[in-house]
Design a protein around this ligand. Structure first.
Ligand code: F6P
Length: 436
């Protein structure tokens, strides 16, 4: 098994007072079994298209063809889109060092930019400094109506026009088809330029879209094996399709813990990953969990952390602060990796224990120590160990957390697929903009 999942250190019977009590686990198991059965039915009926994505292969060649077209002659590839139209792709891109401290700037191939946060200084400077002639832009929005993405796209079109460069050769769109009799602003903007368009799946929402062309087009642009990402997702889903009991699979165990923790009313869910290449994954998880479950006065607040660096900022609170959190600590198979420390230098630096050890040895020890220390301090912790962080493992993790989130929603009785509250602020912002 390339991924090991354990909830032992979250259980009251193993860690004492702060752990999740047996009664909550029992109730969680019953609700998880119900949710798993519902998912199995939804997979069979096609009612939840996300569940059919792992096995889908028919669209992969089209995605690869568009990716090759976008890469051709490009010095820079700019992805426009926000929230679920960006975070999954960024997560996958980190496998190729995107936004990884130090090496991200040194990565080979076209430079890739995900402009998910709207900031006038950043976007202005980007357009000033990009070599527009050799830059390509991909505008992604399920609805086609998100203000941030539309404004960025308009700014790009104006910049290309001012430079005398045909937009249709440099810009690609990805959005839902125009609804019958309805509007899609992104299509209205781009179609007159002749820009090619990919179709956003109409039955899969943005934060669940990483396995569709929304995540896989940028992944293919970066040279990742997109079939392996889907195969990893299938690894996660298979026990659901097989009808495995909740306690017999990673997804079943995850669902039990998520539901039991909600019943215990732990208001904060911390995801701490010991890998630079999982930093965007923790941000993707935050959106998924928060937008899916935070409704009807329910839900828990997701917190993203990476290790070891956040040991030096958040760990004190986690160990000594309020007992209101459940932790997920993710480690990877880094033992033995990275520079090996010279014995004489270790002596000279007063760290004889470092001699002959690698940086990976220290990171592996730290991840393990953090999980064990949390448990010793009676803080419930679930551990996930990924041997090799590659496309298949990432597909597995992504599908796991999408399924776990859906099962948590089913278990606590909220609809994990909508986000009604977000609309209010969007409408008000447009009103303020119009008022000037
Ligand atoms: O893909 P779209 O329609 O541009 O939406 C972007 C994001 O905005 C939201 O609709 C609300 O914040 C998210 O759910 C979504 O991922």
């Amino acid at each position: 098994m390339a991924i090991k999942h354990a909830i032992d250190l979250a259980l009251g019977r193993n860690i004492g007072a702060g752990g999740i009590p047996a009664e909550a686990i029992e109730a969680g198991t019953t609700l998880a079994a119900r949710g798993l059965a519902r998912l199995r039915e939804e997979a069979a009926s096609g009612a939840l298209p996300l569940l059919n994505m792992p096995a889908a292969t028919g669209d992969l060649d089209e995605i690869r063809t568009h990716a090759a077209r976008i890469r051709e002659g490009a010095s820079d590839i700019v992805f426009l889109g926000t929230g679920g139209s960006s975070l999954g792709a960024q997560t996958l891109a980190q496998l190729k060092d995107y936004a990884v401290p130090g090496v991200g700037r040194l990565a080979e191939g076209p430079r890739v930019h995900f402009m998910d946060n709207l900031d006038p200084i950043s976007f202005g400077r980007l357009l000033e400094r990009l070599p527009l002639e050799t830059s390509r832009f991909v505008a992604i929005s399920k609805s086609g109506g998100t203000g941030e993405t539309l404004m960025q796209t308009m700014a790009v079109l104006a910049a290309l026009d001012a430079a005398g460069l045909p937009a249709g050769e440099r810009v690609t769109g990805l959005s839902e088809p125009r609804p019958a009799g309805g509007k899609n602003a992104l299509r209205d903007l781009l179609e007159p330029t002749g820009a090619p368009f990919l179709e956003h799946h109409t039955g899969i929402g943005g934060r669940y879209s990483v396995l569709t062309n929304v995540g896989l087009l940028p992944a293919a642009v970066m040279g990742l094996d997109i079939a392996a990402i889907r195969a990893g997702a299938a690894d996660s889903l298979q026990p659901v399709l097989d009808g495995a009991a909740p306690g017999e699979s990673m997804i079943g165990e995850g669902a039990i813990l998520a539901i039991a923790t909600a019943l215990e009313e732990k208001p904060i869910a911390v995801m701490m990953a010991y890998a630079d290449r999982l930093e965007r994954f923790t941000r993707w998880y935050v959106q998924l969990w928060a937008e899916s479950l935070g409704k009807d006065g329910k839900g828990s607040t997701p917190v993203a952390a990476i290790g070891p660096v956040d040991q030096h900022s958040q760990l004190q609170l986690y160990l000594g602060g309020p007992d209101d959190k459940v932790f997920t600590v993710i480690t990877t198979g880094v033992a033995g990796l990275g520079p090996r420390i010279d014995g004489a230098l270790a002596e000279r630096g007063g760290q004889p224990g470092f001699a002959g050890k690698t940086i990976g040895d220290l990171v592996a020890a730290q991840g393990r120590a953090t999980a064990d220390t949390l448990a010793k301090n009676k803080r419930p912790v679930r551990t996930i160990h990924v041997d090799t962080l590659d496309e298949r493992a990432m597909g597995h993790l992504l599908m796991h957390f999408m399924l776990e989130t859906i099962l948590a929603g089913y278990g606590i009785g909220v609809n994990p697929f909508d986000q009604p509250a977000v609309e209010e602020g969007k409408i008000l912002a447009k009103q303020y903009l119009a008022e000037g």
